[in-house]
Design a protein around this ligand. Structure first.
Ligand code: ADP
Length: 403
């Protein structure tokens, strides 16, 4: 018997080898007087009895096996007729549950009782070894997963990089195209505008046209003006991108500039009224590039008009505070969705509601406005409530020179 037990221990310890487990199991089974055996262990994560690693992981007629295993666990030992791996007919199986919940299932033949008792006592040790194997497998599969994830993110970064390069190329092409188009269109547009203005003056002076036709000519001039402004905006930003944007600074009066810009705009308005409040400051000296600051005021006023579809009041204020000359333009228009406020000064950015209402524009005006203001050491801020209106506020360092 001693020899027998030694043999048995050797056979059981063979079961811990990861290779040839099937063969080791068959040898042990024969030793125990049966055809084959399977060991089941408790998966601690889900508290379910599963075949140990190295044994068949799916069993024919899984349901019958599950109820057999549960009967084994409940009663400590149980026998049944089940279809076993590799067989098509049911055969006799005998299960013994160990203290830790693991189960030894002997297939075919009648087991030698005494030996089974010893194996049952050794079962928890075998189960512990199998749990270790499972953990190692999990770690290996986690390492594999991590490797795959790293590979996938590397691929993602690569495709992101090439998408960014493509985008940059497309943006460059767009800029190039717009720049050529603006340059080419500038000359014919200037003559359309110039000649139409001459025509209008002559028609008014010599009473050549009736009211309706005069109105039509004015519309042509307005539209041509808008187009010219758009192109100037674009060419200006093009120069800015190319580093050719130099400010031509001189002493000037902000209040006067604002008045002049409003006066230019007023005749083209029919649904809007622009009110200018000076708060008692009839002049505000600043040092700046008059042409560029004119563009700033013009941009803000044009936007206030353009983005208040129903018409209404546009309020312009000029004042001074803390050594700064300030200007604000407020409208009661479509406003800006809150989540888009931070992007408004980006080049070519247009808010979604502007696009929804099909209001023309290319999203350069505000970008240019901010660049010009920054170039003057000033600040620009905005407040807006969607569907209620917007206020843009610009402040420049107050100049000291006499005007
Ligand atoms: P554009 O008017 O040509 O689109 P801008 O750079 O002047 O370009 O303005 C950028 C975007 O800011 C506009 O497309 C619009 O969505 C939004 N915006 C500017 N001014 C106003 C305003 N007064 N009210 C509502 N939205 C405005």
């Amino acid at each position: 018997m001693e020899n027998f037990a030694e043999h048995l221990l050797k056979k059981v310890s063979n079961m811990t080898r990861t290779s040839d487990r099937k063969e080791a199991a068959r040898q042990l089974a024969i030793y125990l007087g049966v055809e084959d055996l399977i060991i089941f262990i408790v998966d601690p994560a889900v508290s379910v009895v599963l075949p140990a690693p190295g044994f068949p992981q799916t069993l024919p007629g899984g349901r019958a096996w599950r109820s057999f295993l549960s009967d084994c666990a409940k009663t400590g030992q149980f026998s049944a007729q089940l279809i076993t791996p590799g067989r098509s007919e049911p055969g006799s199986v005998y299960g013994v549950a160990a203290e830790d919940g693991s189960i030894l299932v002997l297939i075919g033949g009648s087991p030698i009782g005494e030996l089974v008792t010893v194996v049952k006592q050794l079962l928890p040790l075998l189960a512990a070894a199998y749990h270790g194997e499972l953990a190692a497998q999990n770690e290996a599969s986690q390492a594999r997963l991590a490797k795959t994830a790293a590979e996938q993110s590397r691929q993602l970064i690569n495709s992101f990089d090439s998408a960014r390069r493509e985008l940059q190329k497309t943006l460059q092409m767009r800029d190039q195209f717009l720049s050529i188009a603006a340059h080419e269109l500038k000359t014919p547009l200037t003559s359309i505008l110039g000649f139409t203005q001459v025509l209008l003056r002559r028609a008014e002076k010599e009473k050549l046209l009736g009211e309706r036709d005069l109105h039509l000519v004015k519309i042509v001039i307005n539209q041509a003006n808008r187009m010219q402004k758009l192109m100037e905006d674009f060419l200006n930003q093009d120069r800015m991108q190319a580093g050719l944007f130099v400010l031509d600074m001189a002493d000037m009066d902000l209040v006067e500039l604002v008045r002049e810009t409003i006066d230019e705009l007023q005749p083209s308005l029919d649904k809007h009224v622009v009110q200018h409040y000076t708060g008692g400051f009839e002049s505000l000296p600043v040092r700046g590039d008059r042409l560029r600051l004119h563009l700033v005021v013009q941009n803000l006023l044009h936007n206030a008009v353009k983005y208040s579809l129903e018409g209404g009041e546009v309020i312009v204020r000029t004042w001074q505070e803390n050594g700064r000359a300030c200007l604000s333009v407020s409208d009661l228009g479509i406003g800006i969705p809150p989540e888009e406020l931070s992007r408004l000064f980006e080049r070519f950015y247009r808010a979604s509601n502007a696009q929804k209402h099909h209001l023309g524009g290319i999203g350069i005006g505000l970008f240019l406005t901010r660049e010009i203001i920054n170039g003057h050491g000033g600040t620009i801020e905005m407040e807006s409530i969607e569907s209620q209106g917007s206020t843009f506020r610009v402040c420049l360092p107050l100049g000291t020179a006499g005007i």
